[in-house]
Ligand binder design. Sequence first.
Ligand code: GLV
Ligand code: MG
Length: 403
Amino acid sequence: MLEHGFGAAPWVEVLMVQPRPRRSVLAVPGSSRKMIEKAKGLPADEVFLDLEDAVAPIAKAQARTEIVDALNSDGWGRQIKVVRVNDWTTEWTYADVVEVVSGAGANLDAILLPKVVDASHVLALDLLLTQVEKANGLEVGRIGIEAQIENAIGLTNIDAIATASPRVQTLVFGPADFMASINMRTLVVGEQPEGYDTGDAYHHILMTILLAARAHGLEAIDGPYLQIRDVDAFRRAAGRTAALGFDGKWVLHPTQIDAANEAFSPRQSDYDRAEMILEAYEFHTSAAGGARGAAMLGDEMIDEASAKMAQVIAAKGRAAGMSRTMRFDSGEASGSVGSSGEASGSVGSSGEASGSVGSSGEASGSVDSSGEASGSVDSSGEASGSVDSSGEASGSVTDPESP
Ligand code: GLV
Ligand code: MG
C-alpha cells in the first residue's frame, strides 16, 4: 500500500511513490528452478515468478510446487517477490492462489493478476486471499495485488480496477496481449507498428494507465521489451515511459536490469537539484527565510509548484537509495549553494538566516549540476525469464518579488 512519509501537504498524497522501488521487474518462469535460483542474486527491484504464459498447461501443477519451494528457500536479496497466477477465465487461478499462498504466503509480497477486465476480478482475488491468509494464520491484507491491464475492456474499466481493493499496489501494462486484443497490426512487442508513422501508437494506453495510477496512489509499470539482445533499444523504450512518469518496466534478461534501474532512477544532477529545491523552498517560505512564496534558486524561480515537481524526483531518488552530492546552505549570505560530498541536514535548522536573503528578496546561489545517472546496480548472471507473448523543476512564476 501507499505509504506517506513526507509531511502533510495534500498534494504529497497523490505524488508519493512507494519507498521500495519497482524500477526493474524481472519475469521468471515458475517452472524453471534453475532460472529462479539465478534470479535470487540479480539486482532487479522485483522478481515475479510466472504461472501464466511462461508455463505450459501441463507444467502448471509442478510449477506451483517449485514456486512454493523457491519462495521458502534462502538466498533472496531485497527483491519484492511476486507470483503471477493465471487469469480468472482459466481453471487454474483459485488453485494457484491457494497453493502458493498456503505454502509460502509469508514470503510473498504480491500476486500479479493478468488480463484483469473489471473490478470483479480484483475483488475475487481479494476475497480469496483473505480466506487463505486467515486459514494459514497470515496477516490479513498484507499480500498486495498487481493488476495487469491487457485488453480494451480492462483499460475502459481501469479506475474501478484501481480502486477495487486496498491491496492493489500497481497497474501493469501487458503490451503483447493488449496489442492482440485490439487487433494492432504488428508482431513486435515494445516498438511501433509498421505503417504508423505519427506519434506513439501506445501513448493513449500508457497515459490512461499512468493517470489512473497517479489518481489512485498506485505505481505504474510498463511491460516487456522482447528484443532482449538489443539493450540500447530497451534503454530507449524504458526512457520513454520513464519520461512520462512510469515507475518501472519488466525485464526479461539480466542485461536489461541495469538499463531499467538507470532509466527509472533520476539522474544524479536532477536528484541533487530536486533536494536543493525542496530545501530552498522550505527555507524561503519559513519566517527565517522571509516567508516568501516565490524565490530564486540560482537562475531559477521556485515556488510551490516547483516544490511539488521536486518532491516527485526526490522521492524516486530516495527510494532508489541515491545519495546527495550537494547541499543548500541557508546559513550563508544570500542563500549561496555550495557543493559538498555530504548529505545535508534540514534547511532552516541553522536558526535565523545569517546571511540576509538580500534586499532584493531573493537567494542567489548558483547550483552546479554534475554527475550521471546513478542508482544502478551491477548485473551478472544469465538469461532468466521469458514472457508470453528531468528535467528541471520549473513551476510557474507567480509574482516574483525581484527576479
Ligand atoms: C505480458 O503479459 C504481455 O502480454 O505483454
Ligand atoms: Mg500478457
